[in-house]
Design a protein around this ligand. Structure first.
Ligand SMILES: Nc1ncnc2c1ncn2[C@@H]1O[C@H](COP(=O)(O)OP(=O)(O)OP(=O)(O)O)[C@@H](O)[C@H]1O
Ligand SMILES: [Mg+2]
Length: 207
Protein backbone atom coordinates (compact mmCIF):
# COMPACT_ATOMS: atom_id res chain seq x y z
CA UNK A 1 0.00 0.00 0.00
CA UNK A 2 1.69 3.24 -1.05
CA UNK A 3 1.63 6.02 1.48
CA UNK A 4 -0.68 8.90 0.72
CA UNK A 5 2.33 11.06 0.04
CA UNK A 6 3.22 8.67 -2.77
CA UNK A 7 -0.10 9.26 -4.48
CA UNK A 8 1.07 11.16 -7.54
CA UNK A 9 -1.83 13.58 -7.57
CA UNK A 10 -1.09 14.99 -4.16
CA UNK A 11 1.67 17.45 -3.50
CA UNK A 12 1.91 18.87 -0.06
CA UNK A 13 2.51 22.59 -0.19
CA UNK A 14 3.32 24.19 3.14
CA UNK A 15 1.59 27.51 3.47
CA UNK A 16 0.67 29.95 6.19
CA UNK A 17 -2.88 29.95 7.45
CA UNK A 18 -4.91 33.11 6.99
CA UNK A 19 -8.10 32.87 9.01
CA UNK A 20 -11.08 34.92 7.94
CA UNK A 21 -13.67 35.37 10.69
CA UNK A 22 -17.03 33.85 9.87
CA UNK A 23 -20.16 35.53 11.19
CA UNK A 24 -22.16 32.31 11.50
CA UNK A 25 -19.33 30.13 12.79
CA UNK A 26 -19.65 27.83 9.82
CA UNK A 27 -16.46 28.18 7.88
CA UNK A 28 -13.59 29.84 9.54
CA UNK A 29 -11.03 30.31 6.91
CA UNK A 30 -10.70 30.01 3.21
CA UNK A 31 -7.51 30.34 1.38
CA UNK A 32 -7.15 30.37 -2.35
CA UNK A 33 -4.21 28.19 -3.05
CA UNK A 34 -1.49 28.25 -5.61
CA UNK A 35 -1.68 25.70 -8.37
CA UNK A 36 -0.63 22.24 -7.35
CA UNK A 37 0.86 20.81 -10.47
CA UNK A 38 1.95 21.43 -14.01
CA UNK A 39 -1.71 21.05 -14.97
CA UNK A 40 -2.34 24.12 -12.80
CA UNK A 41 -5.27 22.67 -10.97
CA UNK A 42 -6.94 25.26 -8.78
CA UNK A 43 -7.22 24.02 -5.23
CA UNK A 44 -7.93 25.61 -1.94
CA UNK A 45 -7.94 24.83 1.73
CA UNK A 46 -10.67 25.30 4.27
CA UNK A 47 -10.10 25.07 7.98
CA UNK A 48 -12.79 23.37 10.06
CA UNK A 49 -12.77 23.88 13.82
CA UNK A 50 -15.13 21.06 14.72
CA UNK A 51 -17.33 18.25 13.39
CA UNK A 52 -20.28 20.61 12.88
CA UNK A 53 -18.19 22.85 10.66
CA UNK A 54 -17.03 19.85 8.65
CA UNK A 55 -20.69 18.83 8.25
CA UNK A 56 -21.54 22.39 7.20
CA UNK A 57 -18.82 22.30 4.53
CA UNK A 58 -20.14 18.91 3.37
CA UNK A 59 -23.66 20.33 3.19
CA UNK A 60 -22.46 23.21 1.02
CA UNK A 61 -20.87 20.71 -1.36
CA UNK A 62 -24.12 18.70 -1.30
CA UNK A 63 -26.02 21.79 -2.39
CA UNK A 64 -23.97 22.31 -5.54
CA UNK A 65 -22.72 18.88 -6.61
CA UNK A 66 -24.34 17.58 -9.81
CA UNK A 67 -25.69 14.03 -9.97
CA UNK A 68 -23.22 11.59 -11.50
CA UNK A 69 -20.29 13.17 -9.65
CA UNK A 70 -17.48 11.37 -7.87
CA UNK A 71 -15.97 12.69 -4.63
CA UNK A 72 -12.85 11.09 -3.19
CA UNK A 73 -12.21 11.64 0.51
CA UNK A 74 -8.68 10.98 1.68
CA UNK A 75 -7.17 11.41 5.12
CA UNK A 76 -6.15 9.35 8.12
CA UNK A 77 -8.42 7.40 10.44
CA UNK A 78 -10.59 9.87 12.30
CA UNK A 79 -9.78 12.75 9.95
CA UNK A 80 -13.48 13.41 9.45
CA UNK A 81 -14.34 11.78 6.12
CA UNK A 82 -17.58 10.21 7.35
CA UNK A 83 -18.44 13.38 9.24
CA UNK A 84 -18.13 15.23 5.93
CA UNK A 85 -20.47 12.73 4.25
CA UNK A 86 -23.02 13.26 7.04
CA UNK A 87 -23.13 16.92 6.03
CA UNK A 88 -23.12 16.14 2.33
CA UNK A 89 -26.22 13.98 2.77
CA UNK A 90 -28.21 16.70 4.53
CA UNK A 91 -29.38 18.70 1.50
CA UNK A 92 -30.02 15.40 -0.29
CA UNK A 93 -32.58 14.56 2.38
CA UNK A 94 -31.64 10.92 2.68
CA UNK A 95 -33.04 10.82 6.21
CA UNK A 96 -30.61 8.02 7.05
CA UNK A 97 -27.98 7.98 9.73
CA UNK A 98 -24.67 8.04 7.87
CA UNK A 99 -21.91 5.85 9.27
CA UNK A 100 -18.64 4.56 7.83
CA UNK A 101 -19.52 1.50 5.72
CA UNK A 102 -16.19 0.00 6.74
CA UNK A 103 -17.44 -3.59 6.91
CA UNK A 104 -20.11 -3.50 4.23
CA UNK A 105 -17.86 -1.36 1.96
CA UNK A 106 -20.91 0.24 0.26
CA UNK A 107 -23.91 1.97 1.78
CA UNK A 108 -26.65 3.18 -0.54
CA UNK A 109 -28.93 6.02 0.55
CA UNK A 110 -31.90 7.26 -1.42
CA UNK A 111 -32.51 10.96 -1.40
CA UNK A 112 -33.59 13.90 -3.49
CA UNK A 113 -31.24 16.00 -5.56
CA UNK A 114 -31.26 19.77 -5.53
CA UNK A 115 -33.22 19.47 -8.78
CA UNK A 116 -35.95 17.72 -6.75
CA UNK A 117 -35.44 14.44 -8.59
CA UNK A 118 -34.57 11.16 -6.87
CA UNK A 119 -30.87 10.61 -6.31
CA UNK A 120 -28.87 7.74 -4.89
CA UNK A 121 -25.93 8.50 -2.64
CA UNK A 122 -23.33 5.73 -2.79
CA UNK A 123 -21.07 5.95 0.23
CA UNK A 124 -18.11 3.63 -0.26
CA UNK A 125 -15.30 2.89 2.17
CA UNK A 126 -12.38 0.98 0.66
CA UNK A 127 -10.41 0.73 3.92
CA UNK A 128 -10.91 -3.02 4.23
CA UNK A 129 -10.31 -3.77 0.60
CA UNK A 130 -7.89 -6.66 0.31
CA UNK A 131 -7.01 -6.61 -3.39
CA UNK A 132 -8.20 -6.28 -6.95
CA UNK A 133 -10.58 -9.22 -6.60
CA UNK A 134 -12.25 -7.50 -3.71
CA UNK A 135 -12.66 -4.32 -5.71
CA UNK A 136 -14.23 -6.30 -8.54
CA UNK A 137 -16.81 -7.64 -6.13
CA UNK A 138 -17.67 -4.10 -5.03
CA UNK A 139 -19.05 -3.40 -8.51
CA UNK A 140 -17.68 0.12 -8.56
CA UNK A 141 -18.51 0.60 -12.26
CA UNK A 142 -22.18 0.16 -11.57
CA UNK A 143 -22.18 2.98 -9.05
CA UNK A 144 -19.98 5.27 -11.08
CA UNK A 145 -22.09 4.86 -14.20
CA UNK A 146 -25.40 5.60 -12.47
CA UNK A 147 -26.46 8.97 -13.91
CA UNK A 148 -28.70 9.47 -10.87
CA UNK A 149 -26.00 8.53 -8.43
CA UNK A 150 -23.55 10.53 -6.38
CA UNK A 151 -20.55 8.46 -5.34
CA UNK A 152 -18.35 9.29 -2.38
CA UNK A 153 -15.34 7.11 -1.62
CA UNK A 154 -13.37 7.01 1.63
CA UNK A 155 -9.85 5.54 1.42
CA UNK A 156 -9.73 5.96 -2.39
CA UNK A 157 -5.98 5.20 -2.38
CA UNK A 158 -6.95 1.54 -2.04
CA UNK A 159 -8.64 1.57 -5.42
CA UNK A 160 -6.61 4.21 -7.12
CA UNK A 161 -5.67 2.21 -10.20
CA UNK A 162 -9.33 1.48 -10.91
CA UNK A 163 -10.85 4.88 -10.36
CA UNK A 164 -11.79 7.30 -13.15
CA UNK A 165 -9.44 10.16 -13.89
CA UNK A 166 -11.99 12.86 -13.13
CA UNK A 167 -13.19 13.57 -9.61
CA UNK A 168 -13.09 16.06 -6.79
CA UNK A 169 -10.45 15.11 -4.24
CA UNK A 170 -11.09 16.29 -0.70
CA UNK A 171 -8.10 15.61 1.49
CA UNK A 172 -8.73 15.99 5.23
CA UNK A 173 -5.76 16.51 7.49
CA UNK A 174 -5.90 16.49 11.26
CA UNK A 175 -4.31 19.66 12.62
CA UNK A 176 -5.36 19.22 16.25
CA UNK A 177 -8.09 17.47 18.28
CA UNK A 178 -10.86 19.54 16.76
CA UNK A 179 -9.17 21.26 13.84
CA UNK A 180 -9.04 19.84 10.32
CA UNK A 181 -7.68 21.16 7.05
CA UNK A 182 -9.82 20.28 4.05
CA UNK A 183 -8.04 20.65 0.75
CA UNK A 184 -10.25 20.45 -2.31
CA UNK A 185 -8.60 19.68 -5.63
CA UNK A 186 -10.62 19.27 -8.82
CA UNK A 187 -9.53 16.80 -11.49
CA UNK A 188 -11.40 17.49 -14.72
CA UNK A 189 -13.31 20.48 -16.06
CA UNK A 190 -16.61 19.50 -14.41
CA UNK A 191 -14.94 19.50 -11.03
CA UNK A 192 -13.24 22.84 -11.65
CA UNK A 193 -16.77 24.14 -12.26
CA UNK A 194 -17.99 22.40 -9.11
CA UNK A 195 -15.31 24.12 -7.07
CA UNK A 196 -16.40 27.47 -8.50
CA UNK A 197 -20.02 26.77 -7.57
CA UNK A 198 -18.99 25.63 -4.11
CA UNK A 199 -16.97 28.78 -3.52
CA UNK A 200 -19.86 30.93 -4.67
CA UNK A 201 -22.24 29.07 -2.36
CA UNK A 202 -19.79 29.38 0.50
CA UNK A 203 -19.27 33.10 0.01
CA UNK A 204 -23.06 33.49 -0.15
CA UNK A 205 -23.46 31.62 3.13
CA UNK A 206 -21.01 33.96 4.79
CA UNK A 207 -23.63 36.72 4.61
N1 LIG B 1 -13.10 19.49 12.67
C1 LIG B 1 -13.51 18.21 12.71
N2 LIG B 1 -14.06 17.65 11.61
C2 LIG B 1 -14.46 16.37 11.60
N3 LIG B 1 -14.38 15.54 12.66
C3 LIG B 1 -13.86 16.05 13.78
C4 LIG B 1 -13.40 17.39 13.85
N4 LIG B 1 -12.94 17.61 15.11
C5 LIG B 1 -13.10 16.47 15.78
N5 LIG B 1 -13.65 15.53 15.00
C6 LIG B 1 -13.93 14.16 15.43
O1 LIG B 1 -13.11 13.29 14.66
C7 LIG B 1 -13.84 12.10 14.38
C8 LIG B 1 -13.96 11.93 12.89
O2 LIG B 1 -14.52 10.68 12.66
P1 LIG B 1 -14.93 10.18 11.21
O3 LIG B 1 -15.60 8.86 11.39
O4 LIG B 1 -15.66 11.23 10.48
O5 LIG B 1 -13.49 9.99 10.55
P2 LIG B 1 -13.11 9.18 9.24
O6 LIG B 1 -12.10 10.02 8.53
O7 LIG B 1 -14.32 8.79 8.49
O8 LIG B 1 -12.38 7.91 9.82
P3 LIG B 1 -12.24 6.42 9.21
O9 LIG B 1 -11.05 6.44 8.30
O10 LIG B 1 -12.01 5.56 10.40
O11 LIG B 1 -13.51 6.09 8.47
C9 LIG B 1 -15.20 12.23 15.05
O12 LIG B 1 -15.12 11.62 16.32
C10 LIG B 1 -15.37 13.73 15.19
O13 LIG B 1 -16.21 14.09 16.26
MG1 LIG C 1 -15.10 6.99 7.83
Amino acid sequence: MPALEAWPHITRVPRPESPIPHPHSVIISLQKEQCLSAARRPAFDIISHGPDQTRAIGALVGKVVPRGSLLLLSGDIGAGKTTFVQGLARPLQTGDQIQSPTFTIVAEHTGTGIDNKPLRLYHIDLYRLEGVGDLDSVGLDEYLSDPDGLTVIEWPERGRDWLPKEYLLIDLQTVSDSKRNLRMTPYGACYVELIKRFRKEMLGSRG
